[in-house]
Design a protein around this ligand. Structure first.
Ligand SMILES: [Zn+2]
Length: 218
């Protein structure tokens, strides 16, 4: 599968800066990022101005006390997968939050402490959800327990269980990154990313096609 080429990140930086106090406010910036309060999208967007690397993605991952036991097994696989998709989708990525049970209040509090935000800001989360885009902060959430439960109830043999779990987790990661990448970057070129791509069905189609084209490399 061919992805559109990576946006000109130097130009993007200039475009973001020139919108300061117009459509957005710059809250923070560093060598390779600018954090904005976007006044039109009504959310914070953290633009990353360097091609993504697996290490950078690992540094954007947040693990809770309850999900930590899965870190060793999944951290590299998640980072590798994210790095193999359309890099433009990663420009506005803030955090990939890996939770064991995202509907559990204690674990939600754990996340809020780690991110230094108030617990009431955590998005409402139905325990059955596989993942969620937390647009306000440019985060995505992966809900491990729902995947493990689904894989357990549908698959009997161990080998198939692992395969099914990998498919479920990685397609959720790709799916939520796609939503975030399309919806949290007002500078994304419309010719490559028309609004029609944002629909749930198109996001899922893109996600499955992307997974199929990269799964041999993971
Ligand atoms: Zn979706």
């Amino acid at each position: 599968m061919n992805f559109p080429k990576l946006m000109d990140l130097q130009k993007l930086r200039i475009d973001v800066e020139s919108e300061n106090e117009n459509s957005l406010l710059i809250c923070d910036q560093g060598e390779d990022f600018i954090l904005t309060d976007d006044l039109e999208e009504l959310c914070y967007i953290r633009y990353h101005f360097a091609p993504p690397t697996e290490n950078w993605i690992k540094n954007r991952m947040v693990w809770t006390q309850k999900s930590m036991q899965y870190k060793e097994k999944w951290e590299s696989i998640f980072a590798k997968t994210a790095c193999l998709i359309d890099w433009n989708m990663l420009i506005p990525l803030n955090n990939i939050i890996i939770m064991y049970n995202a509907a559990n209040e204690e674990e939600q509090d754990d996340v809020c402490k780690l991110l230094d935000i108030e617990p009431y800001e955590f998005p409402s989360f139905d325990g059955d959800l596989l993942g969620l885009k937390w647009s306000f902060y440019g985060n995505i959430i992966i809900n491990l327990s729902s995947h493990i439960d689904v894989a357990k109830t549908t698959i009997l043999r161990d080998e198939e269980f692992e395969k099914e779990l990998k498919f479920a987790l990685l397609t959720t990661l790709i799916h939520e990154l796609r939503h975030l990448g399309l919806e949290s970057n007002p500078f994304l070129p419309k010719e490559d990313y028309p609004d029609s791509e944002k629909s749930e069905s198109r996001v899922e189609e893109w996600c499955v096609a992307t997974y199929e084209s990269i799964c041999d490399k993971i």
